[in-house]
Write a protein that binds this ligand. Structure first.
Ligand code: SF4
Length: 238
């Protein structure tokens, strides 16, 4: 599995896929990304140190992703991230967090902020339709509204290509995401080992009618394949 890449367009940054103790929720019906974990902290640290060793700092911006939330990384790995940021003069770090771990974010904003590194938080929301999100997808976000999510997250991930979604619902999600957050990242559902299947009709609607409308928007990343950021190889959405 590739764990290091560079995103050269729109918001250029280096990206690393690290490994932690894993998502604690593990119930989202569309997801098998939570399988990328190990309870062996030392092994995780060795792997993460090797991956972080590839970072060059060329964009002064680094995205760190891992199955689950940033707080699922071990302390030594988090220390290594800080060291790499200092060594490579990286001034912005992007990290991911599940809603249920939101209260851990202020400590990470402070921890990196003390060293002049700005933290940008991306949260997997998948859709702003709370009934669909927390009822059908079992995302575990307590039917929370976008205003409340925006108190914690700067950016959101949306997931399209699911039975039940429509052109209108996807546009509503995009517009809500752009209204409340700095950036929106769209993942398209792909076949994985979870119980949910991609819906080809919804995917075609997205590609024909939604993608052309937003593909040039500098605030929107669209991952037509879940490896489009150059990391992973398994399904991943946080
Ligand atoms: S989508 Fe995120 S929160 Fe949900 S099970 Fe997968 S890793 Fe966990």
């Amino acid at each position: 599995m590739d764990r290091y890449s560079r995103i050269t367009e729109k918001n250029p940054r280096e990206i690393v896929l690290l490994r932690g103790s894993g998502c604690k929720w593990r119930r989202c019906r569309f997801c098998d990304y939570h399988l990328d974990f190990s309870s062996d902290e030392k092994a995780n640290y060795r792997l993460n140190k090797q991956v972080l060793g590839q970072v060059e700092g060329i964009y002064s911006s680094l995205e760190v992703i891992n199955s689950g939330s940033f707080c699922d990384l071990d302390e030594e790995s988090i220390g290594e991230i800080l060291q790499v940021c200092k060594d490579k003069t990286i001034s912005r770090i992007h990290l991911e967090c599940h809603w249920r771990d939101r209260e851990t974010l202020s400590q990470f904003r402070s921890f990196f902020g003390e060293h002049g590194i700005q933290v940008t938080v991306k949260m997997g929301v998948e859709t702003f339709d709370e009934v669909f999100r927390d009822g059908v997808l079992q995302k575990g976000m307590d039917h929370v509204k976008p205003q409340e999510i925006a108190r914690y997250a700067d950016e959101v991930c949306l997931l399209f290509g699911l039975t039940g979604q429509s052109e209108a619902s996807m546009i509503k999600d995009m517009e809500t995401g752009l209204a409340f957050f700095n950036r929106v990242c769209v993942n398209l559902m792909t076949k994985n080992t979870s119980r949910m299947e991609p819906d080809p009709v919804v995917l075609d609607i997205f590609k024909d009618r939604i993608y052309p409308k937003y593909s040039a928007d500098s605030r929107v990343d669209i991952l037509l394949e879940n490896t489009d950021f150059g990391v992973g190889g398994e399904s991943r959405h946080e």
